[in-house]
Design a protein around this ligand. Structure first.
Ligand code: NAD
Ligand code: DAU
Length: 336
């Protein structure tokens, strides 16, 4: 059995990963520590919550004492670090929590992992650390880090701390850098769930700038599978880019959602652009394909429909979010 600490496992990707992995394998004991910020939701974990090899701990990754205690109590040997403040727009409003969790929190987990001589530390990172592309080219693992937002800067800092731990202390560590995810349980502040829910409610769809910014989309389960492979077979000290070669302009996605839901394009509202808005992301994932044999299984055409249908069938899930914490958070942020 592998005793694995998963951080941030109540968020979008972390919960998809736990549900995916516990459904598939019985050689993982998972301890999931999550602070349950606005983005953490234990409902996402209903498929896993009663499994005997799953344990939830409500806590903060910056709490060194608690992390030490968990390593002792559960004899942890592995870490997969998902926990983060993840939304670029929030980081533009206020960067402090991003530095606290993404930088200091990751540093804390790295310190404890090193002390307990973990067998593998997987840092879940993002393609945003590479900055923005022009019309051509792809991010490779050799692309210099050039983050532009407070969020991506904090993630780049976390990556550098993880790399420093490998070089300085030989911590067995790998990093995955994935492109934009979509799928079930994504918090409705991110483009795709926000646009689906606003369309369902006949509310305006706020498209930043001219809508021509490009993101490279991947279905969340494909990302989870890449993490599993990098965790099991990734070479220590290596970075693996993950993406499904699905570049889309934001406006194309918004129109696709409206079209599928049979809503009018007059709901589209072009609004003031995001500050420092990265123009284009596009990932070269040939390294993980050629060395670890990873390939995405879901086509965008099928998985976006699967995702829209999931939101249509799970209105209770997102209604609870929209009417509760989510609104309160935004009211507080935007009033101050
Ligand atoms: P999310 O915001 O949905 O979830 C983050 C989770 O971390 C939440 O459950 C939250 O409660 C928890 N958390 C936050 N601060 C914490 C703290 N101090 N201690 C413990 N738990 C804490 O994010 P996500 O979209 O699931 O992203 C997960 C990871 O994947 C992040 O590291 C993100 O940078 C990375 N990533 C995301 C994407 C994407 O498209 N969403 C793409 C590439 C990489
Ligand atoms: O690339 C990976 C990153 O993808 C992850 O590291 C981040 O955690 C994740 O949030 C995501 O970042 P983005 O900023 O690309 O995602 P977001 O869904 O916020 O925005 C996607 C694009 O859509 C972006 O160009 C901004 C635009 N957008 C977004 C929102 C929320 C709009 O036009 N209108 C909106 O209301």
């Amino acid at each position: 059995m592998k005793n694995i600490l998963i951080t941030g496992g109540a968020g979008f990707i972390g919960s998809n990963f736990i549900n995916y992995i516990l459904d598939k394998r019985d050689d993982y004991n998972i301890v999931n520590i999550d602070k349950l910020t606005y983005a953490g939701n234990l409902e996402n974990l209903i498929p896993s919550q009663n499994k005997k090899n799953y344990k939830f701990i409500h806590g903060d990754i910056i709490n060194t004492e608690l992390i030490n205690y968990l390593f002792e109590k559960y004899e942890l040997q592995y870490v997969i670090n998902f926990a983060a403040e993840s939304h670029v727009d929030r980081s533009i409003l206020s960067s402090k929590e991003f530095v606290v969790t993404n930088v200091l929190g990751t540093n804390c987990i790295l310190d404890v992992a090193r002390k307990y001589k973990v067998k593998k530390f997987l840092q879940v990172s993002t393609d945003e650390v590479y900055g923005s592309l022009g019309k051509d080219g792809l991010f490779t693992e050799k692309t210099p880090l050039s983050p532009n937002s407070p969020y991506s800067s904090s993630k780049a800092s976390a990556d550098m701390l993880a790399i420093a731990n490998y070089h300085t202390y030989e911590l067995p560590m790998v990093i995955t850098r994935c492109s934009n995810n979509y799928g079930p349980y994504q918090f409705p502040e991110k483009l795709i769930p926000l646009m689906i829910i606003n369309s369902i409610h006949d509310k305006k769809l706020p498209v930043y700038g001219n809508g021509k910014n490009v993101r490279d989309w991947i279905f969340v389960t494909d990302h989870c599978q890449a993490i599993e492979l990098a965790f099991e077979k990734g070479i220590n000290g290596e970075v693996y880019n993950v993406g499904a070669s699905t570049e889309m302009e934001n406006i194309e996605i918004v129109k696709l959602i409206l079209n599928y839901l049979k809503k009018s394009e007059s709901l589209i509202e072009y609004v003031t652009d995001r500050l420092g808005h990265d123009r284009r992301y596009a990932i070269d994932s040939s390294k993980i394909s050629n060395t670890l044999g990873w390939e995405p299984k879901y086509s965008f055409e099928d998985a976006i429909i699967k995702t829209i249908d999931w939101y249509l069938s799970n209105k209770d899930w997102w209604n609870r979010i929209i009417t509760g914490e989510y609104l309160q958070y935004y009211q507080k942020q935007y009033k101050n």
